[in-house]
Every structure is written in structure tokens, then in C-alpha cells.
Design a protein. Structure first.
Lengths: 1023, 460
């Protein structure tokens, strides 16, 4: 506050004395900053039983005596020079300036009136001052008049269009667009660009970046192992929503509760992935309960940042120091998310179920929905049936007896891990025809055919004596090569690298280059193709196994030519293992589409027997659960069959679908009111979902348990004072370079006093009451004259209002990371316009040592490799970059992109040598320079090359002196490359052999020149 | 660039003003605009920090905490009263048994410190180091524990200790980053890069990772075909063009940008120079176990650290991974101690011989200790006890601070909490940990939150 006062005092020296002191504007910031920590909302740390955040508290004793500063204890204390008396205490980091002390005195003298915090007052729309046609201008002009300041002049047409283009699309305008506008910089033409760009896909993409920052979207789980998650469809959803201008209320409801809609659609389910963008852990040794409370924190902090502009996270450990949010409020908000299916500690490589599969055609969409419905129905029947304890006991005895027998059996047995009809599998590749006998595959002569299944609902654990695959070979159409593969992974997940595949084969090795799925070094020959007709076994004895680091999780079946029917495949093992494998299928089936704690998952192979052996009073939840699951399955084999069949069919459909994270509701977990956030002592009461008391609009009184949809509705209710203000303030920041309240992330007591509260309220009302129309607000913001001002301050403004609090000019700052990369590609003419919004991310160039293989960071669970995309797909817009939250792209980070581990409302704007290095040397910028040079040579002749270069990069002509400088640079580079043609070749390796050395030298000199243009401050900066 | 200019630069970067410093002081407490101290609160003992970070959590029972009583009770039950209600990781649902160390300890130096025979080189510098045996943290798993040790909180995204330090003290050199991180050790268990992130502090306070072999820095090398001469020519032209732009719009941010490009150019020579060990005498290289260029080992990183310290790098953090010995703690500790023992001792001796140890704070330690309880043949994560050592920079050498109970489960006296560690380290750097604050999301943040005591007993 001090900063504001001092800035304003230069202009209005009388403020604070002649004018009425306003509690909200002048006093609250002082008290909040210096006093509330000990004399505020948090009861536990309140000192001297004094609270200064309410009139009642402050005046109940003699701390503040309204009208009488001389009788008010706080005045005596703040002016005291005694170490023991003075407030704030002399050893604290707080202190009051003379001006602040005087302001407080004046306020008490005027009666010490308190006001409700501005952001907590219901949004009411103020009158638009009759000072301008455009409401934004009218509000600003009023303020300027009062402050006695004038705005700067309007920006030049070129600057304006460049600004508008970046603000609306994150891309520079084309030279043609600028020329067109310069020819007629009328309002009509301006509006034409506003509307054209506002409705472009580029705009939606650009707008999405900010939302993705806010909700901390990434392609990975965000913690230690940082595995890929199915978040691509959510990004697409966000872009589509901005493109379609989905009303913000719908946008909010879909994300928080898209799964709870009466009739969820692919769209609303995809949106509900919002709740699943939380960072999740799969580290060994993490305590489940602690991790679950950490997830609650993720949900509540995001809610606070995205919708409420409230720093809710503080209240995890104590009542908020500055805002009326208690620890109880915090945990009650957390309880809204208790119905989500999620676990604290995932299994490494876990896909983070629940997952939903998206399809393109109506028929598949309907089928998917139908499978989901039927599966839920059968599961309900199967797993919620009543249990007869007597029968359970006799079954238990029976299980023990069978187990004993299995141990006696000495002879190894076949374990048909992949029966002739494949069990449900999460991964199925290749084609086959399912016949009565088995999977029939006919391959044209000389051609390889492979089908493959992994991560199946059938236990694959245990020591094998041999692997086998049974086949029937058509004697009239014999293959030349017959093989099967065991494919390894860890944690029951498939490895992603072909090194993990061992191929055992019979017959003749295929000639020529082997396909991607056969690792040449792990190819084991076992003999000729059997001559027998009828069922024959392909057998791999134990001594032939290639040493595998992880145990197999899948199998592949390959043939070259021939007609082969594949029957059961599996391994021979001891009878006891076969028995255990069979038993463990209950757990696999039950958790097939559910996440499960990694330690519990590890126990699956022996979970049932172990649980049965554990004394009932010592059983953990998972023990009891698995006994009941297995018993119910035993009692209802026909339902088990039905469920298996449904899963099998569903996964045949799903192999063509696109997985997305979704929210799914279940019996709510419990949230206790924790003492200082300590999950070890769950002694506080269990809380039900409720909104913070101070914002309760009656919703907390509901008899029904509130859910996420209720939460969304409360967020969007006209009684909620925060949501609309916070949203329009963020938009204002985007288009004017600073917020009306600068603290975009905090609209609470510690938040920045708005520079123009009426304007903020007016905009908030427009947004909240007139259809939550985002594009309408954006259009309002960019059509104001104030938006169109120059960004260069006059010297008086520069001194008196250095941070542009009064918005008398436009903001001027470096473009954001994505914008810079996209601009360079756009100038070069190689930016690939988005045809269809991709779900997959692309992998751009990144430094070699950064990360190449995920095993550095993923414990080898899924062997993901950084496979840099081939040329053209590198040229997509930056927002489609693979975003690994633990290792975001180094250039993006250097240019202040957040890691997205936490919600980010505004990015920093720094200026560092690391940025210079990235912009100069990152291969993508070098590639852009080269492409730009090629474009110049292609599109121009020697005389107008520099003009064209300036047009392509800066959309203006160079001045004479600039032209000379660039000419000089080009000449110097040309000379250098002429003397060192080998350097030219390195900079511009030839794609075609026909390029002459002279041409290469020519291209290199222009590449070097373009590289410098792409590093110009002007190129990097919003005009 | 002097140490006060960065804050101005940040300020200009965020404002659109072409102004002198006039209304500047009033902006200092603003969100995101807090001033760097640029200078210490009081005379510092240490000017820089070299933090040898043993990632994964090395066992104290095989390094610095000799527990005869624990040996005696090997594989017998742990006293239940000690372990009741303790927060454990893998051993959550397990019966708790003792694991006595199979490693011999010796009494070393004039000071008579007890140090494991797995650390023969460290044993020789016993009189220079202060061993702390009562390291305590609050986080029992790697990811949050790294965050806690580096940033003082388990919540991701806060500034790290190195960032706070450079934010507080500015930097001493323009040629190299002020906060540098290097890694060695096996791959597998990762160190999150957030461990050296600047959080809400300006991004330039983020630790810069130099790779321990190969090209040391991202995008350090000019593109293929751009000779350093070409780079210079190009940057001269860039500077001229930017200068022309500045004469039109008078935006001070342009001048800053020009300075940053010059710095980048300097880094292109200074970093390769730094990583060229050929100017080091053979006996020095051998002492570290390094070769003529960085070879990725811990010893090589230690030599690099000394070279950086000489060149004015403020905060150097060397991570050595792989100390997470849930199994085979004996053989693993033999292996890992061997990887770091020589380099760490060489670093301290080398600094001492150059007269730099006095103002360099050297820290050795992990994110937590390990349990006195056995976990198979290894030890689990442990937050109640753990060992680390510090040397130089105002630390009293040749002493041991803190004592654990006979079983080594927790501190018998003088616990040394992460917050105390931070407070003490900052104190040595001349910073009052209660006054080094940054305003963010409406409140003043500190490395030590609302905690932390300076541990006077270990100060020289």
C-alpha cells in the first residue's frame, strides 16, 4: 500500500488528510500486512486476545476508540519508542512508516469505520460514467480526471495490429495484414481483425496456454517417476471450449463435475479430467494416507487459485492468517473431492485409472457408453451381493484344502496364461480371426504378421520351466517363419522399448531389415517349423530364456506367410503356482479398471491366501476386501463369465479409442479436520463437504451430501463474489499488461487494492450476469481506446506511475515462451497450422544430456524414450510440446514457462543470459533462421531482401541506418563463409546434392543474418 | 554489473516505464518486486557454499554414528518405547528389529572424532569437520524430503536454499551463474529438478545445472558452423540494432537485454574454460581422482566446484545419487563411500591449502538418515536421526554435535532440524533468516517459514 500512496502522493499531496480515509483502500492493507498475523482471524495464534480484523474485536477494549485516537491504545503503541511497548514488536520484520501511522490516526479520528473486503462484497454493477462511449474508457477517464493525469497517444497502426495479433493469437501479424491495416486504420477495419482473430483456432490455442498454466496441466504425473498420463484429450477440450466460446459457467461445471451430469457425454467426461491433473505419486514407501491428504491439498489449492483467487492452502495447517478461511473450511472443501476414485500411491506405470475411452464415430461412442453401463451393472450385482458367513467359512476351508493338495503335486503343469480366446487385455495389437479353435491368422507369402497382447486379466507371475505356444499349422499353407515373443515389463506394465522383447523362432529368419517389433539381439532360434499336423507345441525350455530384467507381461505371435491357428500360450510351472495364479485373478478382475495402492498391488499373487491366513482382527482393509471379492466370485461364476466377456469385448473396442483421464464417483473417502495438518492423528471430526462459512449462501444447510456439481454451482452463483472478479481481472492482466488488482492469485485481504474498483466490478457483473461470455469480455477489452494506447510513457507518467497502475498507457514486455518459438517458426513460414487439434504431444529437439530415456527418472517402469519428432511435426505450435512436469523443456523454462507442478496465475518476465543462449542456439531457432533465409532467397531478389526480412519479422521497413547495419552484418558473414565454406556446410547441411558451394555460402550468410533478426529485442517484445 | 542492478533490472522488466530510479524505493515491498539484499545483514563468515548432497539418504550407522548398543542387539527387537508412533516408510506394517553396523569405526585426528573406516580420506580431515549426528526432518519419502531439505517445506514450488542465498547476496561474478548444480552417481533414482528451482523468486535465481561430462550447459555451444568469430560479429550487429531501437523507444529493458546477450557470450567461453582441467597440476587432479576434463565422477565434480568457488560462484550443489540402501547396506555403503570419500576430502584439503576454506561453507549430507531397524539386509528411510558434516566458513572443526540414543533412533540431545540447519547456514552467510523474506501471494515467505534456530555450538 505504501507504494501506492507514495506514487499517488506525488500527484495528490493532500490525500490522506483532506480526503476521507477509506478502510478498504487505505487501512486494511496496513493492518493486514502488519497486524493480522497476531491479531487476526487465526484464533490459535491470536496474541493478547486482541483481534483487529473486525470492528467488534478492535473496539471491545480500548485498542481502538472510534473518534479518539488519543484514547486508542494502538495509536499509543505504534508511536511508542519503548522497545517493550512498540507495535509491531521491534524484533519482528514489520514496521510502520510515518505516513502509515498518520493514516491510521486519521482513520480512527474519522470514526474507525470498517468495510467488508472489496472482493467479498456481492458483485453490483456501478453506473458507467458519462465520459466516453466505451465503458472501459469511461471508467478509466474518470479516474484519470480525478488523478489529474492524461493518457499517452494512440499506438501506431503497425504497433497496434502487432499487439492485437499477439494478444489474440500469440502470433505476429503477416506483413500483408499490417499493410492492409496501415492503408486504412479505421475502427471498422480494426474491428474486422478483432472478430476474425477472436474466432480463429489460433486464438483458442493461445488462450488455452493460460488455462493450462492455471490448472497445472502436463503430460506427466508430476512427481518423482513422472509417468505419462492420458491428459491429451483434456487439452483438446480446453482449446475447443475456447474456440466455441463455451460459457464459463458450463466450462466450470464440466471440469469440476462433468461426470456427475445427468447424462455425461464424451465431452463432459473429458472435461472432468480437470480433477485428475493433480500430481500423483508412485514412490515406494509413501504412506497411503499421507498421500491422500496431499491429494486433498492439490484439489483445494487448485480450486482456490483457479476459481476463487484465494490462497486456501494456508488453512491446511492453521486458520488463515489474513482471510476468513478456517482449517475447517479447508478440510470441508477437500471433502467435496472425496468421492473421486483415486489412490494416494499409484503403482509405477499406472495409467491413473479411471480412464474413459473416446471414439470418433457415433456407433463406437454408443457402444462405449453401453459397455460402461453394463460393466457397472454386472459389477454391482457381483460385488455387492450379500455374504453368508457360514458359506464363507466352508469355502475358506475348501481353499486351504486345495492349496495343500497343490503343494503335494510334484508334476509341473501348464498355465494357459493366454488361452486360445485371449483374456481381456489392455493392449492388443495386430489382427486375427477368432475361431472356435483359436486365433486364426493367414499371412500372404513372404509377409510378416504379428498379433500381440499385454497387460492381461490373467496372472503371469511365477518361475517358468518352459514357455510354450500351441499352434495348428495349415499343411497346405505353411509359414516360413514362426515365432512367439515374451515381452517384459515391470509392475505388470509393458515396457515401451523393443529391447524388452525376446523373440523365439522356428524356421527361417526373415530376410532384410527386421521390423521394429523384433529386437535383432534378442532373437533365439529353436529349430525348424514342426512338420506335424494338428495341435503342436512350440516349446522354449528354461535354458533358452534370454536373461530378462523384468518379468513378462505380454506375448506376441508372429508368422511369415502361412495359415496358423494359435491356441493357448503360457508357461509350465509347479502346481502350486498354477493354483495361486488362478486365485489371484479375483483381485486382478476387481481392480481391472481401478487404481490400487502400489504395495497392495504387489501382494496380488498371494493376496487371497495370505488374507485368509491373517487373523480377522489383524486384517487390513485390503485383506477383508479381497476375501469378500473372491468369495462372491466363487458364488456367482456366471456373473464372472459375463464380466470377463464384457471386458474382453470392451477392450477390443477400446484399442481403437483414445484414453482420457476422467473423474469417477464412488463411496466417499473420509476427511478429518486435522490438527496442524498432521495426518498421523486423525482425531478431529469427519467433515462433510461444505463451502467456507463466510461465503455460505445457504448451500451448507442442505440435507443431502453436497457434491462437486453443487460446488460448481456455488462457484457460479451470483452470491459468490470472487469467481467473476478473479476471472475478469486475469483477462485484464492479459490485455493490459497488469491486473486491475495486481495480485491475480490473491483477491483476499492481502491482495492488491484494485486500481479501479468500479471498472473491475462493472466487468465482473457483465461477465457474471450476462452469460459468462468470455469472448464478449475480451472483445470489450480490446475495443476500448485505452487498449489502443502506445506503450511508451511520457516522462511524467514514467516517474509518477512507474508500474502503470492507472493504465494510462499499454504494457510492454517480452513475449511468452510459446509465442517466441511460434513467432520464429511463423516468420520462417514453417509454422504448421493446426488442422485438427492433436491429442498427442510432440517431442521437440532438446539438449542431449537433458533427458533421453525415462528410466533416468522412472525407475524403468515404462521405458519411455524421448524420440525427437521428425522435421515437420516439430513445427507445431508450442502448446503441443510434450510437457513433462519434472523436466519441462529447457528453452520453455528459460523463457519463464512454469513447470506446471503447481497452479500458476501469472508467469514471471525475466531477462537472463540463459534466454539469450536458448534463443541463439536452440536448434529450433537455428532451424527457423535457416528456413527464413531460404524463404528470403526464394521470395526476393538481392535488392529488396532486407526490407522483406524486416517485414517478415517486424512487419515494418528498416530505417536506412538499420539497413546499413544488416547489410554490413550480411557482408561480414558472407566473407567469413566464403573463406570457410566448411562452416557454411555445417550451418546449412544440404538436403539435396545439387546445391553448389556458392549457394550454400549464400544461404549460410543469410541464415546468420536471420538468426540475429530473430533475436532482436523488438522481435521479442510486445509492442 | 554491480550487485544492486539486478533488482532494478527485474523491475524494469516488469514495468513499462522508461524512468530513472526515482519512485523506485516505494516499489520494493511489492509482490514479486522485493529487493534483493545485495549485501548481507551482518559480516559473513562464509562467502559461498559448496553443498555435497548425498541423494537417497546415506546411512549414519555406516558413516558417522557408531552405536555399540545397536550392534549388540543385532536382529533383536527394537525397544518398543522408542519406535512407538513413529512415521516410517517401508517398515510401516513390519516388526521392527535392530540392525547393528558391520562396519568398523576409528578414532581420528587430534579431536578424536569417530568416523567409519569406509571413509579413510575423511578420517584424515577429522579435525577440520564438524559432524552432526542428530539431523532431523519431517518428510520420510524422497520427493518431499528433497523439497524439505532444499526449500524448507514439502510443498513443491518454493525457492531452494541456493536461490535464497543468491537472492539475498547477489552474485560475485558475471562470467558464471551464481548458483550451480551438478550431478554424479548412478541413474535410477532421480533428484527432482525442482530441488534447485527458484520458486516464486525471480527465475535467474534458479540453479543452473552444469552437466558433469560432455557439453556442460544447455545451449552453450553455438550452432554448428557458427565459429566464435562469427558469433562475435553477429552479436555486435545485434547490439547495434538493439541500440538503435533503444534510441527510438528509450526502454531500459533493451539495455538489459543487450547486457544479457553479452553475458551469454561470456558464458560461452567461461564455462568451457571452467571445464578445462588441463591447467590443473597432475597431483591436484589425482588427489580428486579427476582427469584432464570432467569425467562425470563425484571427484571430478568436486574439482569443478573448487574451480567455480575460485571464480566467484556463490552456491554450488553437487548431488551424488544412489544412497537409498534398502538392501545390502554394508556392501552398498562400501561402494558409495568409495565414490565420494576421496573427492570430498580432497576438496576440503585443497580449499584449505588455498586459504579458501575459511570463507567457504562445505556441507555433506542427504535428505534424511536411515533407520537403526533392519529392512532385510538394509535400512529404511528415517527422519528422527541422521548424520551430516559441515566444514569451513565459520564452522568449528573437530567437534561432534548432537548425540542419539544408544540405539540411534532419535536425538538424545541437541536435535538438528532442517530449519535449524537452514537458519545456521544463512547466519554464516551473514543473513538473518528471519529477515530474508519475499512477498508472494500476499504474505512474506522465508526459507525457514516461522521456524529455525541458529545452532551456536557449531560456530567457530
Amino acid at each position: 500500500m505504501q507504494r501506492i500512496l507514495s506514487a499517488l502522493l506525488i500527484m495528490l499531496p493532500s490525500l490522506g488528510q483532506a480526503e476521507t480515509v477509506s478502510y478498504n483502500r487505505d487501512i486494511r492493507p496496513i493492518l493486514s500486512e502488519n497486524c493480522f498475523f497476531c491479531h487476526g482471524f487465526d484464533e490459535q495464534t491470536r496474541e493478547g486476545d486482541l483481534r483487529l480484523d473486525t470492528f467488534e474485536g478492535a473496539t471491545s477494549g480500548d485498542a481502538i476508540v472510534p473518534g479518539h485516537p488519543e484514547k486508542s491504545e494502538i495509536i499509543a503503541r505504534i508511536f511508542s519508542e519503548e522497545e517493550d511497548d512498540v507495535m509491531p514488536p521491534h524484533d519482528s520484520i514489520y514496521s510502520l512508516s510515518k505516513a502509515e501511522k498518520e493514516t491510521l490516526t486519521a482513520w480512527i479520528k474519522q470514526g474507525a469505520q470498517y468495510e467488508k473486503h472489496w472482493a467479498y462484497q456481492k458483485v453490483v454493477q456501478p453506473q458507467v460514467p458519462a465520459l466516453a462511449d466505451h465503458p472501459v474508457d469511461a471508467f478509466l477517464k474518470k479516474d484519470w480526471q480525478q488523478q489529474g493525469v492524461a493518457s499517452v497517444e494512440k499506438a501506431s497502426p503497425r504497433n497496434l495490429l502487432r499487439r492485437l495479433s499477439y494478444d489474440l493469437r500469440g502470433l505476429p501479424p503477416t506483413p500483408k495484414e499490417v499493410a492492409h491495416f496501415e492503408a486504412d486504420p479505421s475502427e471498422a477495419r480494426y474491428l474486422q481483425y478483432v472478430d476474425q482473430w477472436l474466432n480463429s483456432l489460433e486464438h483458442a490455442e493461445h488462450q488455452a496456454v493460460r488455462w493450462l498454466d492455471l490448472v497445472r496441466w502436463g503430460n506427466s504425473s508430476g512427481m518423482v517417476s513422472d509417468e505419462p498420463i492420458a491428459s491429451g484429450p483434456y487439452r483438446k477440450y480446453v482449446i475447443e471450449s475456447f474456440q466455441e466460446n463455451t460459457p464459463f459457467d458450463q466450462f466450470t461445471r464440466e471440469q469440476l463435475a462433468g461426470d456427475l451430469f445427468p447424462e455425461p457425454t464424451q465431452r463432459t467426461l473429458t472435461a472432468s479430467a480437470y480433477n485428475r491433473l493433480v500430481k500423483t505419486n508412485s514412490e515406494a514407501g509413501v504412506i497411503e494416507k499421507e498421500a491422500l491428504y496431499a491429494l486433498k491439498g492439490e484439489h483445494v489449492r487448485a480450486l482456490g487459485t483457479v476459481w476463487l483467487g484465494a490462497t486456501t492452502g494456508c488453512a491446511e495447517c492453521h486458520d488463515h492468517k489474513y482471510d476468513p478461511i478456517s482449517a475447517k473450511d479447508y478440510f470441508s472443501l477437500a471433502a467435496f473431492f472425496d468421492d473421486l476414485i483415486e489412490v494416494g500411491v499409484y503403482q509405477p506405470g499406472d495409467r491413473r485409472a479411471p480412464i474413459y475411452y473416446l471414439h470418433d464415430d457415433e456407433q463406437s461412442i454408443a457402444q462405449e457408453a453401453e459397455f460402461t453401463r453394463q460393466i457397472d451393472e454386472v459389477r454391482k450385482k457381483l460385488y455387492e451381493s450379500p455374504i453368508d458367513q457360514k458359506q464363507l467359512q466352508s469355502w475358506t476351508k475348501d481353499v486351504f484344502a486345495q492349496e495343500k493338495n497343490s503343494k503335494k503335486e510334484k508334476e509341473p503343469q501348464d498355465w494357459d496364461w493366454f488361452p486360445a480366446e485371449l483374456p481381456p487385455a489392455k493392449i492388443i495389437l495386430g489382427d486375427f480371426e477368432q475361431t472356435e479353435q483359436g486365433r486364426k491368422v493367414t499371412a500372404p507369402d513372404g509377409q510378416l504378421s504379428r498379433h500381440f497382447a499385454a497387460e492381461v486379466l490373467s496372472a503371469g507371475s511365477g518361475k517358468a520351466d518352459s514357455f510354450y505356444a500351441d499352434v495348428i499349422i495349415d499343411p497346405d499353407h505353411r509359414p516360413t517363419f514362426l515365432a512367439f515373443q515374451t515381452v517384459n515389463g515391470a509392475y505388470e506394465r509393458l515396457g515401451w522399448h523393443r529391447d524388452y522383447q525376446v523373440t523365439y523362432y522356428w524356421g527361417k529368419k526373415p530376410e532384410g531389415k527386421l521390423p521394429e517389433y523384433i529386437a535383432p539381439k534378442k532373437l533365439v532360434h529353436l529349430g525348424d517349423i514342426p512338420e506335424e499336423t494338428g495341435r503342436v507345441r512350440l516349446d522354449v525350455p528354461a535354458k533358452k530364456f534370454k536373461k530378462a530384467r523384468y518379468r513378462p507381461v505380454g506375448m506376441g505371435w508372429i508368422q511369415q506367410g502361412g495359415t496358423v491357428t494359435w491356441l493357448a500360450s503360457g508357461f509350465r510351472t509347479d502346481a502350486h503356482r498354477v493354483f495361486s495364479n488362478r486365485l489371484s485373478e479375483s483381485a486382478l478382475r476387481y481392480f481391472w479398471e481401478l487404481p490400487v495402492n502400489r504395495d497392495d498391488r504387489k501382494e496380488f499373487p498371494n493376496l487371497l491366501i495370505r488374507s485368509l491366513r491373517t487373523a480377522p482382527e489383524k486384517r487390513r482393509e485390503i485383506h477383508t476386501q479381497i476375501i469378500e471379492i473372491a468369495f462372491r466370485e466363487f458364488q456367482q461364476p456366471e456373473l464372472v463369465q459375463q464380466l470377463n466377456q464384457l471386458y474382453r469385448e470392451a477392450y477390443h473396442l477400446r484399442r481403437k479409442g483414445t484414453p482420457t483421464l476422467v473423474s469417477k464417483t464412488t463411496t466417499p473417502k473420509k476427511t478429518h479436520l486435522l490438527n496442524r495438518g498432521n495426518f498421523m492423528e486423525e482425531i478431529g471430526p469427519v467433515l462433510k463437504p461444505a463451502v467456507p462459512e463466510v461465503f455460505d449462501n445457504g448451500i451448507n444447510g442442505s440435507k443431502e451430501r453436497l457434491n462437486r456439481l453443487d460446488l460448481a454451482n456455488w462457484i457460479l452463483s451470483p452470491d459468490n463474489p470472487l469467481t467473476a472478479r478473479v476471472f475478469v481481472n486475469r483477462l485484464w492482466h492479459q490485455f493490459y499488461g497488469r491486473g486491475i488488482s495486481e495480485t491475480l492469485e490473491d483477491a483476499g485481504n492481502q491482495g492488491d487494492w484494485p486500481s479501479n474498483l468500479d471498472l473491475l466490478n462493472w466487468l465482473a457483473f457483465e461477465f457474471q450476469q450476462k452469460g459468462w461470455d468470455i469472448k464478449k469480455i475480451i472483445r470489450l477489452l480490446v475495443t476500448a481506446e485505452s487498449y489502443q494506447l502506445s506503450s511508451i510513457p511520457d516522462s511524467l507518467l514514467a516517474q509518477n506511475d512507474p508500474t502503470n497502475r492507472l493504465h494510462t498507457r499499454q504494457g510492454r514486455y517480452r513475449h511468452r515462451a510459446e509465442e517466441l518459438r511460434d513467432s520464429a517458426l511463423a516468420a520462417a513460414g514453417i509454422l504448421r497450422p493446426t488442422q485438427e487439434i492433436p491429442v498427442q504431444s510432440f517431442f521437440p529437439h532438446q539438449p542431449k544430456a537433458y533427458w533421453e530415456k525415462s528410466h533416468k527418472i522412472m525407475y524403468g517402469s515404462r521405458y519411455q524414450i524421448w524420440e525427437t519428432n521428425r522435421k515437420e511435426s516439430q513445427h507445431q505450435r508450442s502448446l503441443y510440446t510434450y510437457w513433462k512436469r519434472q523436466n519441462a523443456h529447457p528453452s520453455m523454462l528459460a523463457l519463464d514457462a512454469p513447470t506446471r507442478q503447481e497452479c500458476t496465475t501469472r508467469r514471471a518476465v525475466t531477462n537472463t543470459p540463459a534466454q539469450a543462449l536458448a534463443l541463439l542456439n536452440d536448434p529450433i531457432f537455428v532451424e527457423a533462421s535457416r528456413a527464413l533465409a531460404e524463404r528470403l532467397l526464394r521470395e526476393t531478389t538481392e535488392e529488396n531482401r532486407i526490407e522483406h526480412l524486416y517485414q517478415l519479422t517486424l512487419q515494418r521497413d528498416p530505417s536506412d541506418i538499420e539497413k546499413t547495419e544488416v547489410q554490413n552484418l550480411h557482408q561480414e558473414l558472407l566473407t567469413r563463409f566464403q573463406q570457410h565454406p566448411e562452416e557454411a556446410k555445417k550451418l546449412c547441411p544440404s538436403q539435396r546434392s545439387s546445391r553448389s558451394e556458392t549457394e550454400t555460402v549464400q544461404l549460410a550468410a543469410w541464415t546468420g543474418t536471420c538468426r540475429i533478426l530473430l533475436n532482436l529485442h523488438e522481435f521479442l517484445t510486445r509492442s | 554489473m554491480n550487485s544492486s542492478s539486478p533488482s532494478r533490472r527485474d523491475f524494469f522488466a516488469n514495468s513499462s516505464a522508461a524512468l530513472t530510479g526515482m519512485a523506485f524505493s516505494s516499489l520494493l515491498t511489492k509482490d514479486g518486486f522485493s529487493a534483493e539484499l545485495g549485501q548481507p545483514h551482518f559480516a559473513p563468515k562464509a562467502k559461498r557454499v559448496i553443498y555435497l548432497y548425498m541423494s537417497g539418504g546415506p546411512s549414519q550407522f555406516e558413516t558417522f554414528d557408531d552405536k555399540p548398543e545397536l550392534r549388540k542387539n543385532h536382529l533383536k527387537p527394537m525397544p518398543a518405547e522408542l519406535t512407538k508412533g513413529a512415521k516410517l516408510a517401508f517398515l510401516q506394517h513390519q516388526t521392527l528389529k535392530c540392525r547393528g553396523s558391520e562396519v568398523e569405526f576409528s578414532t581420528c585426528g587430534k579431536s578424536g572424532q569417530r568416523i567409519s573406516n569406509l571413509l579413510p580420506h575423511i578420517q584424515k580431515i577429522a579435525d577440520d569437520i564438524c559432524i552432526i549426528r542428530t539431523q532431523q526432518t519431517e518428510q520420510v519419502n524422497h520427493d518431499p524430503a528433497h523439497a524439505f531439505m532444499n526449500t524448507g517445506t514439502a510443498i513443491a514450488g518454493r525457492p531452494s536454499m541456493g536461490s535464497w542465498t543468491t537472492y539475498g547476496l547477489g552474485h560475485q561474478t558475471d562470467d558464471l551463474p551464481a548458483f550451480v548444480v551438478m550431478r554424479s552417481g548412478p541413474e535410477g533414482q532421480p533428484v527432482p529438478q525442482t530441488a534447485w528451482n527458484s520458486g516464486f523468486l525471480p527465475g535467474k535465481h534458479t540453479g543452473v545445472e552444469l552437466y558433469s561430462s560432455g557439453a556442460p550447459l544447455n545451449y552453450l555451444e553455438s550452432p554448428a558452423g557458427i565459429h566464435s568469430h562469427t558469433q562475435r560479429t553477429s552479436l555486435n550487429a545485434l547490439a547495434k540494432l538493439n541500440q538503435l531501437h533503444h534510441s527510438n523507444v528509450a526502454d531500459p529493458e533493451i539495455l538489459t537485454r543487450m547486457a544479457q546477450y553479452e553475458l551469454a557470450y561470456k558464458l560461452q567461453t567461461s564455462v568451457p574454460d571452467l571445464a578445462d582441467f588441463s591447467d590443473e597440476p597432475k597431483h591436484i587432479r589425482e588427489r580428486y581422482g579427476a582427469s584432464d576434463k570432467p569425467n562425470g565422477t563425484f571427484g571430478s565434480n568436486c574439482l569443478m566446484a573448487r574451480r567455480m568457488a575460485e571464480r566467484g560462484v556463490r552456491f554450488i550443489q553437487l548431488y551424488h545419487t544412489g544412497w537409498d540402501h534398502h538392501g545390502n547396506v554394508k556392501s552398498n555403503m562400501e561402494r558409495f563411500c568409495k565414490m565420494v570419500d576421496q573427492g570430498a576430502a580432497a576438496l576440503i584439503q585443497d580449499l584449505k591449502q588455498r586459504g579458501m576454506l575459511d570463507d567457504t561453507l562445505v556441507i555433506w549430507g542427504g535428505e534424511f538418515g536411515r533407520t537403526p531397524m533392519t529392512q532385510g539386509s538394509g535400512r529404511d528411510h528415517h527422519i528422527k536421526s541422521g548424520s551430516m558434516f559441515m566444514a569451513g566458513g565459520g564452522i568449528k572443526g573437530g567437534i561432534t554435535y548432537g548425540e542419539t540414543d544408544p540405539f540411534g533412533f532419535t536425538a538424545a540431545h541437541d536435535p538438528f532440524h532442517v530449519h535449524d540447519f537452514h537458519a545456521t547456514a544463512l547466519h554464516l552467510l551473514g543473513i538473518d533468516h528471519r529477515r530474508l523474506v519475499y512477498r508472494y501471494k500476499g504474505r512474506n515467505f522465508r526459507l525457514t517459514d516461522v521456524h529455525g534456530h541458529i545452532v551456536d555450538k557449531i560456530l567457530a
